[in-house]
Write a protein of this length. Structure first.
Length: 405
């Protein structure tokens, strides 16, 4: 391709389209193989020969790997750009997933834990990379695209869960299932290598585009010193705490507090996932029309109302409506706060910081809420979740659009 071709509007548009498509594929594939394993966790536990508590510790090791990666991903991407983070990160993810499968087949909890840590670490890097790229694509498109990218992730996890469920019904070997899906997923970094641009997310690229002293000084300031960035962190923390709590404690509340069957609890969880997925899929259109701040404030208010309905309603079918509001209310937290973070001068470090706040709340918050649920009752614990969502609604102003020129 000649320099002239590279600068032509048609060539630039084609390149942007290809970049956009591959990032959507990255979001879709990221959680597919892992979700197919999650739905077969009882079998994983039995094959490893561990207790439920020990399996929880192993899974937490993977979460530690992700949090560790998030703590350094911003600095690495600022130096190298998103391209190596996505290509090498996704490659390591699926190789580690093969390692997880082999460890399960060998009945090795230690091997499984090591592979989980490696996969979690690689996921942290890849996650920051694709979100920084998604934010950059938004800026070039001039419209909101991250919500639909995160909807693609939800669709991918639902697909993976469906594959795992079908594999269970057909009694397909778990190790074979994981290896086949992981090997197929390795096509992704091969395709990404041909499409992903060089230098996106690096401070060197930012400096090349903007050499003013103010821009250089702003990029050099630690991101946590910015009140706006702290606001983004608080906002994503409050809403992802609510999202994580919905995954962990919704079904138990339906069974224990509403005295309903596990089937009804499953219905509630399906309503939650569908609400999250649909809101993410169509959320970009709402953002383009009303703006990030207003959408976050309205959806957060809806989540507070939904939680209140679940707490006070004596009827489970009314609670289902509250569940739908809860799911819609938390659905756009990650895409919108990450989108806002990506507009800051040092986008990689800002996205990494805000992502760390979100993952910290999502992974660590719900287990801590479980202690409150044990002491107060699950529905009473929901009041604490409401406070977190309220803080997020107040912090939503930090997500206002920033000038990109």
């Amino acid at each position: 391709m000649t320099h002239t071709d590279a600068q032509s509007p048609r060539a630039a548009s084609t390149q942007l389209d290809a970049w956009h498509r591959i990032i959507i594929v990255c979001f879709t594939v990221l959680g597919l193989a892992y979700a197919s394993m999650l739905v077969r966790m009882p079998l994983v536990r039995d094959m490893l020969g561990v207790t439920t508590a020990q399996l929880g510790v192993l899974l937490f090791v993977g979460a530690v790997g992700s949090l560790l990666a998030l703590s350094i991903a911003g600095r690495v991407i600022s130096a190298r750009g998103t391209r190596p983070a996505i290509i090498w990160g996704s490659t390591v993810i699926y190789l580690a997933m093969i390692g997880e499968a082999l460890a399960i087949g060998a009945h090795s909890p230690v091997g499984f834990g090591i592979a989980l840590f490696i996969a979690g670490f690689a996921i942290g890097f890849t996650d920051v990379g694709i979100n920084v790229d998604g934010s950059a694509i938004e800026i070039q498109r001039g419209r909101s695209v991250l919500p639909r990218m995160h909807a693609a992730y939800s669709i991918g996890t639902l697909t993976g869960a469906a594959i795992g469920t079908v594999a269970t019904l057909l009694d397909i070997d778990l190790v074979a299932q994981m290896i086949v899906l992981s090997v197929a997923s390795l096509i992704l970094p091969i395709l990404a290598r041909r499409v992903l641009p060089h230098g996106n997310g690096s401070t060197a690229a930012v400096s090349a585009d903007d050499t003013t002293p103010r821009s250089r000084a702003t990029a050099a300031v630690p991101v946590w010193r910015s009140l706006t960035v702290v606001g983004l962190g608080l906002g994503i923390f409050g809403l992802t705490l609510a999202e994580g709590a919905s995954n962990d404690w919704l079904t138990l509340a339906i069974v224990d507090d509403y005295r309903e069957s596990e089937t009804m609890a499953g219905v509630a969880y399906v309503i939650l996932l569908l609400s999250i997925t649909v809101t993410r899929y169509f959320g970009g259109q709402l953002v383009d029309r009303f703006g990030r701040v207003r959408v976050l404030q309205v959806l957060s208010s809806g989540a507070i109302l939904g939680l209140f309905i679940i707490i006070v309603s004596p009827f489970v079918y009314v609670a289902f409506f509250g569940v739908a509001l809860w799911g819609a209310g938390v659905a756009l937290a990650f895409p919108l706060f990450i989108s806002a973070a990506g507009e800051h001068p040092n986008s990689a470090r800002t996205v990494a910081f805000v992502t760390s706040c979100g993952y910290g709340a999502f992974l660590v918050g719900p287990p801590l809420l479980g202690f409150l649920g044990q002491a107060w009752g699950l529905l009473n614990m929901y009041w604490v979740i409401m406070i977190g969502v309220g803080i997020a609604a107040l912090a939503a102003r930090a997500a206002r659009s920033r000038p990109t020129v």
